[in-house]
Design a protein around this ligand. Structure first.
Ligand SMILES: Nc1ncnc2c1ncn2[C@@H]1O[C@H](COP(=O)(O)OP(=O)(O)OP(=O)(O)O)[C@@H](O)[C@H]1O
Ligand SMILES: CC(C)(CO)[C@@H](O)C(=O)NCCC(=O)O
Length: 412
């Protein structure tokens, strides 16, 4: 099996770099891409590498030399604009990140790892437009692989968010499992994770990110997702939501633990307001909608955690978008229903779990003659069983936008 980048000297759009290992996650709303572009390492760069290695905290006794350096890139496209994605792959020559399977009947075929429903739906399109065959990886398996990798390999990956306070969670590798992974994409999957490759999709809900964006677009005329999310900042959900206090004449229903400000019925005020849609502010609609979806997901997640006795729930998926109000609502729902027993946690690289999982599935294939068994940030990882390591240093905020991280590969 050859990685195309190993056998080709073709240029790509970044001078001095070569693409290897492109992986795709083609979902109902978004296509996510992860790819590695490497720079050739020359002797001249030795000093720079040494200082980088030191800054990454590689042990002084580790005398290994960097074998290659490069960047791990992340990009996303709306699935409805798949042609933009195909153009991107073409223009950046990302197809070089595929591989040829010599064991297969026609060894001239180029394969790219792909997951998500679109790996099936758009397989013919990729063949027709880019002459690429998609090597399909199971979506849930990729999500779990991506989540386990991030939780184990990336420092300050998981955090809690409550009352506007973000707090990073120290992950104990020996005490990570079991946990509930809630991936909020177009729809929502809830997966009980018991170990590496050990998981079960225990539940899901069709009220997910697609519902928020779809209903929000119809009700507010917003043109893009971020605009809708932005609107929710300025909105007041109490204008449309019917609160316990609205029903109980301003008082709590204390006997069953419901405060006057608890939402009794999302959008319930619209029943009796006698107002037309145009009379509601789009920002109030957006806020109510965001609260409704987030609350519901938080509640179902908690119920599933309860069902299996899980204390930790990790939320991921591009719906979250690192958005304060979304995370706060989910956290409050989990806290409220579990009476503080269960903990909602979020992942900095929320949207790329599936794509990273597909990317990791290349790991048994050669990269520059090496076997790459782990991609890891310096922190706080043990030596990989195969010996070869990639250290990644993260730049500060790449979870929110398309970005890349610096990686160095050190053979041992
Ligand atoms: N720029 C954007 N355009 C569209 N949706 C966005 C955008 N940014 C965030 N979202 C939200 O993220 C959701 C998609 O998340 P994600 O990419 O994790 O799922 P998906 O893989 O497309 O869906 P599924 O796994 O259900 O097939 C959208 O439904 C929307 O709520
Ligand atoms: C169908 C998938 C798995 C596609 O990613 C996702 O959109 C989802 O989990 N939807 C929810 C389906 C349900 O369990 O009701």
């Amino acid at each position: 099996m050859d990685l195309l980048a190993d056998v080709s000297n073709q240029q790509n759009s970044e001078p001095g770099s070569q693409i290897s290992h492109l992986a795709l996650d083609i979902g109902g709303s978004l296509i996510k891409l992860v790819y590695f572009s490497r720079n050739n390492v020359s002797r001249r760069d030795d000093d720079e590498q040494k200082s980088r290695k030191e800054s990454l905290g590689v042990l002084q006794s580790d005398t290994s030399q960097p074998v290659l350096e490069g960047r791990l890139h992340f990009a996303k496209f709306e699935t409805s604009k798949i042609n933009d994605c195909l153009d991107f792959i073409h223009s950046k020559k990302l197809r070089l990140g595929g591989f040829r399977d010599h064991a297969a009947a026609s060894s001239d075929k180029i394969f790219i790892k792909a997951t998500g429903g679109g790996a099936y739906k758009f397989a013919d399109l990729f063949k027709e437009k880019l002459e690429i065959s998609l090597d399909k990886e199971d979506e849930m398996n990729c999500l779990v692989t991506g989540a386990n990798f991030l939780l184990k390999a990336v420092h300050q990956e998981a955090f809690t968010y409550l009352d506007g306070q973000k707090e990073f969670v120290q992950i104990d590798h020996n005490d990570l499992y079991p946990y509930l992974l809630v991936n909020i994409g177009s729809g929502v999957s809830m997966i009980k994770v018991d170990g590496d490759g050990k998981f079960e999709r225990v539940s899901g809900t069709n009220l997910g990110g697609g519902t928020f964006w779809g209903l929000g677009r119809l009700l507010t005329k917003c043109k893009n997702f971020d605009e809708l999310l932005e609107l929710s900042h300025q909105g007041n959900n109490r204008v449309i939501d019917m609160l316990v206090g609205d029903i109980y004449g301003g008082t709590d229903y204390a006997k069953v633990g419901l405060s006057a400000t608890t939402i009794a019925s999302s959008f319930g005020k619209a029943i009796s307001d006698n107002k037309e849609l145009e009379e509601y502010k789009p920002e109030d609609i957006s806020r109510s909608l965001l609260r409704m979806i987030s609350n519901n997901i938080g509640q179902i997640s908690y119920l599933n955690a309860l069902r299996f006795g899980l204390k930790r729930i990790f939320f991921a998926g591009f719906f979250i978008r690192g958005h304060a109000y979304t995370m706060d609502t989910i956290s409050v729902a989990v806290h409220f229903w579990s009476k503080g027993e269960a903990k909602a946690m979020f992942l900095r690289h929320e949207g790329f779990l599936g794509a990273l999982g597909a990317f990791m599935s290349y790991e048994k294939q050669s990269l520059d003659g090496l076997m790459v068994h782990k991609i890891m940030q310096r922190f706080p990882i043990s030596v990989s069983s195969a010996g070869d390591k990639i250290y990644c240093s993260l730049n500060s905020d790449w979870n929110l936008n398309d970005d890349s991280i610096q990686c160095s590969v050190y053979g041992t």
